[in-house]
Design a protein around this ligand. Structure first.
Ligand SMILES: Cc1ncc(COP(=O)(O)O)c(C=O)c1O
Length: 384
């Protein structure tokens, strides 16, 4: 007979025994979605951007919550992500943002009922051939590069291509979209992108094409209601993170993710004690050093060595020495009652203290998006 796991192992962890985990608060996710909805006109659709494992929060669970909230669809980055959602029973519209390369991957997307984004005429022709072969109308969204310089057909080419699309009844142009480069910081450049987009969609309408027009990421939808069009595509806002400093105040969103671990070892040491590789931290007094089972292989950046704080018993404690692959140390000197097994917050709240993804982002000279996306797959995501 198999042995029962010891009771100390949380039942939610299933096969995870290392005490490092992410908690995702689904009620906060619904709260953010509702706040965004309230900010839009009644008939504006929402494509919830739950790509890249839901910005590191855990894609499948949040995609299910978004479906419950009645979104029009979900934006994913790849065919693989779309397949993962379909296999998890998600039946809503799934728009793949990534370019279908090689082009024959389009047949895989179609098999799984994913809506591809097409960014060149070659791929449009391929889809048309596929539609004729299968004998059914195949949907796609067309992306226009109005100034992001990433994916999409150029505005110059778009008129000619739209004309050709209007003569291809076997494929359905379900949507036209573009992506802003500086919606968080430059309203005149964004306005210019919007005008280019409007000219193109006006032409498409003249050709008799019927489609959903969408352009707004979180920053655009917060900053400029004229970008809402038929549908918006919020990502970062759904997770309660901010695309720019004051966005949070405008929509009052709640961070959905907390990242936690536990103290697994404690050392009482005297002054002059060295901690971790490189001996970059040396105690200057009698100290208490705690070891945490989390490191850069979990996505906690090594750049944060000797820089960031964590929370223990509601108090900020600094990281001591270099973060290693699977472990790091913190200085818990003076934390009353500190003991092995204490919960430690890397991102989130504890008592009255809070560590935001934005704080860690600043310390490592990056953006909050990267902080949560970097939390590695070996860290279990628990929906609470
Ligand atoms: C095409 C597209 N639309 C929308 C979004 C959502 O952007 P944000 O997370 O800033 O709201 C992204 C994110 O990168 C994107 O790539």
């Amino acid at each position: 007979m198999k042995e029962q796991p010891p009771s100390a192992v949380k039942k939610e962890f299933k096969n995870f025994f290392r005490q490092t985990w992410v908690e995702v608060d689904k009620s906060d996710f619904h709260f953010n979605l509702k706040k965004i909805k309230e900010y839009l006109k009644k008939d504006t659709k929402i494509l919830a951007v739950i790509k890249s494992n839901g910005y590191g929060h855990g894609g499948v669970e949040l995609a299910k919550e978004a479906v419950k909230a009645g979104v029009y669809g979900i934006g994913v980055c790849s065919i693989e992500e779309g397949i993962q959602f379909r296999k998890s029973g998600i039946e809503t519209n799934l728009l793949v943002f990534g370019i279908p390369y090689p082009v024959d991957t389009l047949s895989v997307a179609i098999y799984w009922d994913l809506i591809p984004t097409l960014s060149n005429f070659h791929d449009i022709q391929y889809l048309s051939g596929l539609a004729k072969k299968l004998g059914k109308t195949l949907e796609f969204h067309l992306k226009i590069d109005t100034g992001m310089g990433r994916l999409g057909i150029s505005p110059q080419d778009s008129y000619n291509i739209l004309q050709k699309i209007s003569e291809m009844p076997e494929i359905k142009l379900a949507g036209i979209y573009t992506h802003f480069a500086v919606a968080d910081s430059d309203s005149s450049y964004t306005q210019n992108q919007l005008e280019i987009f409007h000219d193109i969609t006006k032409y498409a309408k003249k050709l008799g094409l019927k489609f959903i027009a969408h352009v707004a990421n979180t920053a655009a939808l917060v900053n400029n209601k004229k970008t809402h069009l038929d549908m918006v595509r919020p990502g970062i806002g759904l997770y309660g993170l901010t695309p720019f400093d004051h966005a949070h105040k405008m929509l009052k969103l709640k961070p959905v993710l907390s990242w936690k671990t536990r103290i697994v070892n404690l050392k009482r040491v005297s002054a002059g004690f060295c901690v971790s590789y490189g001996r970059t931290f040396v105690t200057n007094r009698a100290s208490v050093i705690a070891t945490l089972p989390v490191g850069y292989a979990d996505g906690y950046s090594r750049v944060l060595s000797n820089k960031a704080d964590v929370l223990v018993r509601g108090k900020r404690c600094p990281i001591a020495g270099r973060i290693t692959m699977d472990t790091m140390m913190i200085d818990v000197t003076g934390v009353k009652g500190v003991t092995i097994g204490d919960e430690v917050v890397l991102i989130g709240m504890q008592g009255k203290e809070k560590i935001k993804a934005e704080e860690l982002a600043k310390l490592q000279n990056t953006i909050n998006y990267e902080v949560t996306c970097s939390i590695s797959m070996r860290v279990p995501r628990i929906v609470v």
